[in-house]
Design a protein around this ligand. Sequence first.
Ligand code: HEM
Ligand SMILES: CC(C)=CCC/C(C)=C/CC/C(C)=C/COP(=O)(O)OP(=O)(O)O
Length: 306
Amino acid sequence: MADTPVLAGATAPALPADWRDYFALLKPRVMTLVVFTGLCGLLAAPGHLHPVLAFTAILCIAVGAGAAGALNQWYEIDLDAAMKRTAGRPLPAGRMDPGSALAFGITLAVGSVTVMYLAVNAVAALLLLASILFYVFIYTVWLKRRTPQNIVIGGAAGAFPPVIGWAAATGDVSTLPVLLFAIIFLWTPPHFWALALFVRTDYANAGVPMLPVVAGATETRRQVLLYTPPLVAASVAPWALGLSGAIYGVAAAGLGAVFLALAFAVYRNRATDPAEMTPEKRLFAFSILYLFALFAALVLDRWVLA
Ligand code: HEM
Ligand SMILES: CC(C)=CCC/C(C)=C/CC/C(C)=C/COP(=O)(O)OP(=O)(O)O
């Protein structure tokens, strides 16, 4: 314990951390949607995967994504300590020593990819490995502290899960999973920038060059709106290309219309005080519902109309 760094602002008493801290390291709330989109990718795929293998594949996605979250937090103790939203996490709060978090993240990453390879298939394992590496190295280590485009490029990591789910079921990747990737890829900027607008001071304090910090609120609101039509187009594309049916098509069009309306309200908002950023808060909350509902519709469509 002697070499355990004592972090500034630490209020919690002693190490070692308990299981709740290890669980928090997996970013479980964000990962629910990652796992859900992975599951939908798997369920939307043609053919049939044995339920035990399907469960294993989803577990590997959950654990791999959690591992990436743990490694992200190990690397970002300084940033997390500087932001109100994240200062209470196990590492910046001093409840866990960084070495344990690193070992935990690496073990889960290696474990999840290995099990995916041995139990499911090599394509799914490779994609899982690529997404973990992408999130940790491309997003966290390389881009996050350098450019406001960090979440556009780095955010691609979060678009992999439905492709991994699909690959787990089929052993390959075709047009529909590529469209699912595109949907999440185009969804990430409005999802995150809506939030970043009302937690801007947190990022500014930590010196992270998120778009509202670097380019200001007006430009960020414009960018949020700009990403929305391509997002809606990508969302409707599976139906337009005949890769999914009417249930999905109607859901995609309806959800897209609401997303557009909310993004437009964000674009028109001129407030600088987070207390007046209701449109941004609404869009952020709806973004999560949007993805849940869209992917649920895809599966419903495939199973109801099958
Ligand atoms: C680089 C891309 C992304 C960034 C920077 C980002 C950032 C954030 C942040 C800062 C929050 C606030 C709350 C928290 O930390 O728990 C959040 C919430 C959330 N994000 Fe993202 N996000 C990204 C991509 C994604 C992706 C790809 C998904 C899933 C497909 C996702 C799902 C969620 C969910 C479900 C929440 C709500 C969690 C809760 O209920 O607290 N995010 N995101
Ligand atoms: C299968 C696999 C590896 C999937 C990866 C999933 C993934 C990349 C999700 C991205 C969502 C996420 C946790 C963003 C947080 O960004 P941040 O780390 O900047 O947020 P913070 O400020 O809360 O730390």
